[in-house]
Design a protein around this ligand. Structure first.
Ligand SMILES: Cc1ncc(COP(=O)(O)O)c(C=O)c1O
Length: 389
């Protein structure tokens, strides 16, 4: 059973950071790996051709373990979600009239590319909205998604959880339904993978793209994309020399090659051997593997459960456990309570969360403990009891 891991981070004692969904704080080991990467370039003469490839290969293997992928060559590094999704979206063989199914208010990097393709190729975007009432909200939203998948659906592109309020989607059933109608499933795992178990062999998505700077505990401007076999013959959005067959042989680079590296490696971002970001992300992924994703989720559950009960007693609404993760969820305030008041109290107490509409998005990790959560609860109590007194 994991205990609080705050000593592995550099968070100041007076800060209560409950905003991992915005950006994870760096592990000390991740910062150290970045500094070593900077220093490595002081001596370029010791950087060998092998150093351009081997660190990414190790990263792929370590990440494959997190998502339970059998072939690391289906995994590439990407600079962003928009990049990773574009590689998938532009390799789908659409026919006019096909439907693209998206979730209401999903992150823009998983929207704009579909909107453009829909305009260019006469496709229809179908956006699945949540129910207007809070009772059984997660369950009903999931049912609407399942109902909306039909013979016209060419692709469903969504998250494992909703980025703004943490609603968890039933990917098993969604995958089953997409299979029945021969639709692709593209996933943005940015707000879940690394903290909520995800199994590529169970869900079998056609793509799973994750930015690394949140739940993968990595640096900014790098992410990891898994592409299924559907994309193995596709056209990458750029033509990096490194992604061509035998690019490891630096002496022969201008013997231009038609063939790509195997699997999905054609989609690897140009200059993927980033000597700073790759070691940083590798250090992060190693640490997550050491902790175990299930243990991270279990720690968050153990930590948050009693406080969620207290919040509910204060009249706040939190999604049913079956339809949210324990690492990221929204807390809706009782009617009539102004969210700015809560926001101001948090600011005074140096509590960092995100506010979305009338809901507070809380995102917790192994660096948080009961003290953090008690402080958060005290603030809610202070505002809410003054309203109802
Ligand atoms: C669900 C989700 N996807 C993607 C991103 C980031 O996208 P990009 O890497 O394209 O900047 C975020 C950032 O908050 C996010 O929450």
């Amino acid at each position: 059973m994991l205990t609080c891991q705050k000593e592995l981070f550099s968070l100041p004692e007076e800060v209560t950071y409950l905003n991992n969904a915005y950006m994870a704080p760096s592990l000390k080991s991740v910062s150290e790996a970045g500094l070593q990467g900077i220093h490595q370039k002081n001596t370029p003469y010791v950087i060998s051709p092998q150093d351009f490839f081997a660190p990414t290969e190790t990263l792929r293997e370590d990440y494959a373990h997190i998502i339970n992928a059998t072939n690391p060559q289906q995994i590439v590094t990407v600079p962003s979600i928009s990049y990773g999704i574009a590689n998938a979206a532009q390799n789908i063989d659409f026919q006019a009239g096909d439907e693209i199914l998206l979730i209401d208010e999903q992150f823009p990097s998983n929207y704009y590319i579909w909107e453009r393709l829909a305009r260019e190729q006469q496709l229809t975007i179908k956006t699945i909205t949540p129910p207007t009432t809070l009772e059984n909200r997660g369950q009903l939203w999931n049912e609407s998604i399942l109902e909306a998948i039909n013979a016209k659906t060419k692709v469903v592109s969504m998250g494992q959880v909703h980025w703004a309020d943490g609603t968890k989607f039933d990917l098993m059933r969604i995958r089953q339904k997409t299979r029945m109608v021969d639709a692709l499933l593209i996933l943005d795992g940015t707000q879940s993978v690394g903290a909520l178990p995800f199994d590529v062999q169970v869900i079998q998505p056609d793509a799973l793209i994750c930015a690394a700077y949140k739940w993968l505990m990595g640096p900014y401007s790098i992410g990891l994309a898994y592409y299924g076999e559907y994309f193995n013959q596709g056209k990458p959005i750029e033509e990096s020399w490194m992604n061509r067959y035998n690019s490891e042989d630096f002496a022969n680079l201008v013997n231009y090659q038609d063939a790509y590296q195997p699997g999905a490696l054609r989609y690897e971002v140009g200059e993927h051997s980033n000597f700073i970001l790759i070691p940083m992300l590798s250090a992060a992924i190693r640490q997550i593997n050491e902790w175990g994703v299930e243990n991270i989720q279990e720690y968050c559950r153990r930590l948050t459960t009693p406080f969620i009960e207290q919040l509910q007693k204060l009249g706040c609404w939190v999604e049913d456990e079956a339809y949210r993760g324990a690492h990221l969820f929204g807390v809706r305030l009782p009617e009539g309570v102004d969210v700015t008041e809560v926001k101001n109290t948090f600011a005074q107490e140096k509590i960092y969360v995100s506010v979305r509409g009338n809901a507070v998005r809380i995102a917790t990790h192994l660096y948080n403990d009961e003290k953090d959560w008690q402080k958060l609860l005290n603030c809610f109590e202070q505002v809410l009891t003054s309203k109802t007194a």
